[in-house]
Design a protein around this ligand. Sequence first.
Ligand SMILES: Cc1cc2nc3c(=O)[nH]c(=O)nc-3n(C[C@H](O)[C@H](O)[C@H](O)COP(=O)(O)O)c2cc1C
Length: 313
Amino acid sequence: MNTLVILAHPNLDESIANKRIAEQLSTKVETIEVRDIFKRYADYKIDVEAEQQALMKADTVIFQYPFYWYNMPAILKIWFDEVFNFNFAYGPEGDKLKGKNFLLSFTIGGPEDAYSPLGYNHFRISDFLKPMEQTAYLAQMNYLEPIYEHGMVYIPGVYNTPEVVKERSDKQAQRVVERINALSNENPESMIKNFVKDWFAHFDILAEDGYFNNYIANGAKLKFPEGEFIGHEGFSAWYAEVKKTIKPNNEHRIESINVVANNGHFDVDMSVKVKAEKYSGETVQANAKENWKVEVTRDGRIKILEYIVNSVQ
Ligand SMILES: Cc1cc2nc3c(=O)[nH]c(=O)nc-3n(C[C@H](O)[C@H](O)[C@H](O)COP(=O)(O)O)c2cc1C
């Protein structure tokens, strides 16, 4: 598997975290290219052709950068504006990145508790990442769960020590290496199992329907205790009712899961324990037997063709 790291830091000489993570990735990951885009384009004049060539060779693209003003450094924004262009990343012929993995790995100065509705940054990190997530979807790439660590800034005499930042950087680099190794060894069955886990984690927090619809095939058959629905519109209609009824932070525990290849698709049979609280104050505890029919497309994307919740007790 070819891995490409787009390293975006406007002052790498003074970096502790990103420099260290990039160095570790380049020594610990096989067939990796680390492109320091600020070093290449300090004048912000991007060689679009060269960047697109590098992307075409990659199976996994990692964006490694420091979190700046709740976003990415300017060099990376310009890079996206120019490199992810019409008929390359989107548009009628814009499928050149289709199926490639898209992984954000960034370092955050502020502490974790600041990034919550009651913290001084008000929003969750995942809220700040929405434009990137949708960029990956539009380019038909696989948006992977981002990897980041908090408290990555060292301000002499005020906040942290260089040792603490280095330790956290090593931890982050290790997490990225493990993710790449997992991707390299993945077979469709384990890919589906990981996906199902991720799917229910999104249900637990009642994530936006864009996440779910990204994996639902056009015209998919969906059968819930509440009735039968078809495709994206059907899912969104069903989900809107669910969101009105139950509170976020519920629990879906996968008790058992079985994935079997069947004539070009996979049958996924599972039992799931659901625990949720309704807005009415009632607590729901149920065992659901679910049978899904899933396709893994040739470029490694998962599509749900059928989603049947068979019985709930
Ligand atoms: C211009 C600038 C903007 C920053 N904005 C944020 C921010 O919005 N939130 C945050 O938690 N940290 C912020 N930081 C702290 C950086 O995220 C932190 O310094 C960086 O992750 C450390 O990585 P490095 O050692 O590779 O430079 C900012 C730092 C700079 C220089």
